[in-house]
Design a protein around this ligand. Structure first.
Ligand SMILES: *Cc1c(COP(=O)(O)O)cnc(C)c1O
Length: 296
């Protein structure tokens, strides 16, 4: 298993006419390049959970997720990397054809258990599993440890150059970490990829150490809900790739890039602002789209 390549993290400047016209700088921090399997922000979020699991001499990591979950695959790969076993509790019945994500997780040695939606919600760990040896990572890595890990993301950027840091938010764990790490003069914008997750800001603040920094949560770019998409989003992602050579995923970073460009158009960001977009990875999830949907 290949190690994490921090040296691959680049900051790419986006040159699009609308940005010049509005006098806005947009740079993208490319966490998608650190590892072929452990997607961008997931490695950072897992870091302190892994440390604690090792410290407590646990043998196995256990976590939860859906069939295309970046978090499940990252957990499987990270466990492999640090020499632990892994178990995934998966939402949904066993399917005849397993998703590419779960097949890959299995290849990395992850043992999978499937739950219907109701049982998944209750998150009861099957009795077949040896509880003492297990270290449980919350769904999506949500929690203070996840946030603390994500807080180090900005140390791979030239943080002080920006007025705004903008990221996608699922559970909001990464956003909480970034909120901890920004300077008092900076502003964090989190773009929710879930529909009607009205508690998101509260959930971010409840695990962020520094609650006094400034944050806005934007709820208008979910495209129908979590892991939902529309032709308008896919077209945007293809165009964005043509113009910038940067691939995005349709669950998180595609919606994020769309939101940023739309907010620029709508003058949400003012002339002179310098934006750092966090490319949090997730490209493996594009495998769930039918072939040919994306040009990359
Ligand atoms: C998981 C994920 C996120 C969201 O992270 P949260 O900490 O759950 O908000 C954003 N982008 C990508 C690519 C992800 O895989």
């Amino acid at each position: 298993m290949q190690d994490i390549q921090y040296k691959n993290i680049s900051t790419d400047t986006i040159n699009l006419p609308i940005l010049q016209e509005k006098n806005i700088t947009l740079d993208i921090l490319r966490l998608d390049t650190i590892h072929p399997v452990i997607s961008g922000n997931k490695w950072f979020k897992l870091k302190y959970y892994l440390e604690e699991a090792k410290h407590e001499s646990k043998k196995t990591l256990l976590s939860f997720g859906g069939a295309w979950s970046n978090h499940i695959l990252a957990t499987a790969a990270a466990a492999r990397l640090v020499g632990l076993n892994s178990i995934g509790l998966i939402r949904g019945e066993t399917k005849k054809f397993e998703s590419g994500t779960l097949q890959e997780a299995r290849k990395l040695g992850m043992q999978l258990f499937f739950f219907d939606r109701e049982n998944y919600r209750q998150k009861i760990i099957p009795t077949a599993i040896h509880q003492e040896e297990i270290y449980v990572i919350p769904e999506g890595g949500y929690g203070e440890k996840g946030a603390a890990g994500a807080a180090s993301i900005l140390s791979y950027s030239s943080k002080k150059d920006y007025t705004h840091i903008v990221c996608a938010a699922g559970t909001g764990t990464m956003a909480a970490g970034l909120l901890q790490a920004i300077l008092p003069s900076q502003h964090l914008v989190a773009v929710s990829v879930l529909k009607n997750y009205t508690n998101l800001e509260k959930d971010i603040l409840s695990i962020a150490k520094n609650k006094f920094h400034s944050i806005s949560v934007v709820h208008d770019y979910h495209f129908g809900g979590y892991a939902k998409q529309k032709p308008e989003l896919i077209d945007f992602m293809n165009d964005f790739y043509k113009e910038t050579a940067i691939p995005t995923d349709f669950v998180y970073t595609g919606k994020l890039a769309f939101a940023i460009m739309d907010l620029v158009k709508k003058n949400y960001f003012l002339p002179g602002y310098k934006i750092l977009m966090i490319h949090s990875g997730g490209l493996q999830g594009n495998r769930s789209l039918s072939k040919g949907t994306l040009i990359f």
